[in-house]
Design a protein around this ligand. Structure first.
Ligand code: HEM
Ligand code: HEM
Length: 186
């Protein structure tokens, strides 16, 4: 197994960062858009990609523990170093909390969950109101909904800080931080 070195990241680190990272950005943007505009046609796609990303995110956390964190390039101030670390933890934990809370919200809300059309947990239709569902646990669904919304907002801020940090490294500090995450040897 190839682990990361200071000069070059392993293929697994690169693949997991970009598969999870790009999918998370798409899900954050599509989540806000579909919830605000009630675009129900997007819900199934959002849930399916969210469930898939959960398994990549779990794999990534296990890999982070086995491999350790990347070593820091350049000479950041203590404050910047702590900020980057806090944001990395927030992003990693967020990739687990978002799919879990989304799943609990949907299932406990009575909507069920499906993976690209393959039913994982059936919905709980209301026989008296065709087209409506009965929540399995309305309080839990409501709590999970709040967590999904709040953690989503926190993650959007975290991702903006993270991307700004990556570009600061590249354009201002001119070190190899971004190039290393793009697979280059630095
Ligand atoms: C894995 C990463 C995920 C991300 C980053 C994500 C992100 C988001 C965001 C930002 C929103 C908008 C929240 C709001 O404004 O209230 C949202 C809404 C939603 N998400 Fe996710 N989500 C993910 C996974 C899931 C999963 C796995 C499910 C269900 C199985 C799910 C179900 C939903 C539903 C039903 C809504 C709409 C809620 C409403 O109508 O108010 N999400 N998501
Ligand atoms: C265009 C978007 C992105 C860019 C340019 C980018 C860039 C980078 C770079 C350059 C690093 C290496 C930092 C270092 O060596 O100390 C990094 C690490 C990291 N990024 Fe991103 N990133 C992006 C999106 C994301 C997203 C959306 C997430 C998660 C939601 C994420 C999560 C992480 C985490 C947890 C790390 C720590 C190392 C690891 O676990 O692989 N990134 N990113």
């Amino acid at each position: 197994m190839t682990f990361d070195t200071e000069a070059k990241f392993s293929r697994k680190t690169l693949m997991l960062h970009w598969v999870v990272g790009i999918t998370m950005i798409v899900l954050l943007a599509s989540g806000v858009y579909m919830a605000e505009n009630k675009v129900f046609a997007l819900y199934g796609w959002h849930k399916s990609f969210g469930i898939v990303v959960f398994f990549f995110a779990l794999w990534r956390v296990v890999w982070r523990i086995r491999n350790g964190w990347p070593s820091t390039l350049g000479d950041p101030s203590k404050l910047m170093h702590i900020l980057a670390k806090v944001v990395h933890y927030l992003l990693l934990i967020g990739t687990i909390i978002m799919p879990l809370s989304g799943f609990v919200m949907s299932v406990m809300g009575g909507h069920g969950a499906a993976l690209f059309g393959l039913e994982l947990i059936a919905a709980n239709p209301d026989p008296a109101n065709p087209g409506k569902v009965i929540p399995l646990n309305g309080a839990l669904a409501g709590l999970a909904h709040q967590v999904h919304g709040l953690a989503g907002d926190a993650l959007i801020i975290g991702v903006l800080l993270h991307v700004a940090g990556a570009y600061k490294h590249h354009l201002i500090d001119k070190d190899g931080t971004l190039r290393r995450m793009l697979g280059q040897e630095v």
